[in-house]
Design a protein. Structure first.
Length: 147
């Protein structure tokens, strides 16, 4: 048996990212940890020093782990990804008003991807470039029931 635990995302400014997700989408802070470098390095395949702090935020049963590596040189530079690259591509969040949420995201350090606007849905980037798809709540209401 398996159960969902969380989704992790590296950020460059933990406080800024927590504010972004809380103020734009209503995530709630669950807890925060600063694990020791040695077991973290072994688990992640990275070389210490790392200086990781991880904040766990929740929204409607979804758990988002925001991780900041504070040791000098521990965070790789941002690299833009396209939607057809293997791996996780984006978060999708249902909101009352996609345009209003996008504008709030921009006010909080994010970016609106104007070319993605299809009238009812669009993409934004968080302050570190993570793609977030904004869909209306009504879209989720039309989906088939979850198994």
């Amino acid at each position: 048996m398996a159960t969902y635990n969380h989704t992790g995302q590296v950020v460059t400014d933990l406080e800024r990212s927590k504010r972004f997700y809380q103020e734009v989408f209503g995530f709630k802070l669950w807890y925060e940890i600063s694990p020791p470098d040695q077991p973290t390095a072994k688990l992640t395949g990275l070389t210490p020093p790392l200086g990781v702090t991880a904040s766990y935020l929740t929204l409607d049963g979804f758990v988002l782990e925001l991780m900041q590596y504070s040791a000098p040189g521990a965070t790789a530079p941002y690299r833009a990804r396209t939607m057809n690259e293997p791996g996780l591509t984006h978060l999708s969040i249902s909101v009352d008003d996609a345009r209003a949420a996008a504008e709030r995201a921009a006010e909080c350090g994010g970016e609106i991807i104007e070319d993605s606007d299809v009238g009812v849905a669009l993409f934004v980037r968080d302050p570190d470039g993570q793609l977030i798809e904004l869909l209306p709540v009504s879209y989720r209401d039309r989906l088939p029931p979850k198994p």
